[in-house]
Design a protein around this ligand. Structure first.
Ligand SMILES: Nc1ncnc2c1ncn2[C@@H]1O[C@H](COP(=O)(O)OP(=O)(O)O)[C@@H](O)[C@H]1O
Ligand SMILES: [Mg+2]
Length: 356
């Protein structure tokens, strides 16, 4: 007969590389059963998109196999995304949304929408339940760059069932409700209420990660979001140029002042990758993002190369991570998504630890 304590002791030697704690303490071992020489358990990961999942799985299996007397290991792997959001009191509509990730930038055209949509897709590809809000009220792009599989529908109590795009991702965008030629000339308060409505009048159901693509800068939409919806954190996108990094830093400081966690910064258009020969060149010179991240003490969660395919694929209605998973841009975007998920698990763990 295998000793349960010996199995747990061995599993305690397996650390989650992000959280720096063992997987038993983290509560990842569920339904441990010992029948004679057979050990079965469920390994419950903190996100399906963690960069270290495979490593944790293999180490856990090896740890159990090494226990004297064990002849067979049956390990089931699942993931239950941890929530790293302050309590959502007063926001029943969002009560089953575990994490809200705001994607912001100092200025426009740096790749916020590109990062948002590819982040959403990468997380969904990993198996997470994902939602996407296009909060760029003045220039809603998402309905234009991805195929809408199912239109939004009005359901009971005047709530809206969000539109669906690929992989079952739920989407809300003002672009779904106003026609292309209507210029939006709203002033501050209207913008604020439109953003709030997109988030709170939708019936989101269960969502692990809700990605919110913000308009550039620190205007009304960003402020409203920060002040009314409990956010997990903000991800800031910047290009490598000093001018972009300086305003990105300004936006970051504003979010910090509002008490919002900063997940990190993503450097987009890091370097140019030649589509024919694959050679990389730093067309914007030395990056200012690294230094800015160091000064503000935040991680750089991704460096996305400038590749023409990224924008060309917009026209096909598919983001690059789906249209061409082997592109260096897709690989960089997928890695970014795993880093974001890992960072959220760390924040969730910290807030759990604080609450206990
Ligand atoms: N890494 C990249 N490589 C090539 N083109 C890119 C890349 N990132 C963004 N783009 C293109 O740059 C333009 C602006 O990007 P977008 O994501 O819409 O920026 P924002 O939302 O910040 O205004 C789009 O045409 C997009 O396709
Ligand atoms: Mg945009």
């Amino acid at each position: 007969m295998v000793d349960e304590e010996a199995v747990l002791k061995s599993l305690r030697t397996v650390l989650d590389p992000d959280l720096k704690l063992d997987i038993v303490t983290l509560g990842m071992i569920k339904d441990l059963k010992i029948e004679g020489r057979k050990v079965s358990f469920n390994l419950e990961l903190t996100t399906p998109a963690c960069p270290f999942n495979k490593e944790i799985e293999e180490s856990a299996r090896r740890a159990v196999q090494s226990v004297p007397g064990v002849a067979e290991v049956e390990m089931r792997v699942s993931a239950r995304v941890w929530s790293a959001r302050p309590s959502a009191a007063g926001f029943n509509e969002l009560s089953n949304v575990k994490n809200v990730i705001a994607v912001a930038s100092g200025k426009g055209g740096v790749g916020k929408t590109t990062v948002s949509i590819n982040l959403a897709c990468s997380l969904a590809l990993a198996g997470a339940k994902v939602g996407l809000v296009d909060a760029d009220i003045y220039g809603p792009m998402i309905p234009k760059i991805v195929n809408i599989v199912q239109a939004p529908r009005l359901i009971a109590n005047n709530r809206v069932d969000p539109a669906r795009i690929m992989l079952g991702i739920k989407v809300m965008s003002l672009g779904l409700f106003v026609d292309d030629n209507t210029a939006v000339i709203w002033r501050g308060p209207l913008v604020a209420s439109a953003v709030k409505q997109l988030l709170t009048e939708a019936a989101w159901g269960e969502v692990d990660y809700l990605v919110v693509d913000l308009p550039p800068g620190t205007g009304d939409a960003s402020l409203t979001l920060a002040q009314t919806i409990p956010l997990t954190g903000v991800l800031v996108v910047s290009t490598p140029q000093a001018a972009a990094a300086v305003i990105a830093a300004k936006a970051l400081r504003m979010f910090r002042r509002l008490g919002i966690s900063v997940l990190g910064v993503v450097e987009n258009m890091s370097h140019y990758v030649c589509p024919s020969c694959g050679a990389a060149s730093p067309i914007f010179g030395e990056s200012a993002v690294e230094k800015m991240a160091e000064e503000l003490d935040i991680p750089v969660l991704g460096r996305i190369p400038l590749i023409p395919d990224v924008s060309v694929n917009y026209d096909k209605g598919l983001p690059i991570v789906m249209a061409d998973p082997s592109s260096p841009a897709s690989k960089a975007l997928q890695e970014m998504a795993r880093n974001v998920a890992a960072r959220i698990s760390i924040l969730a763990h910290q807030s759990k630890a604080k609450a206990e």
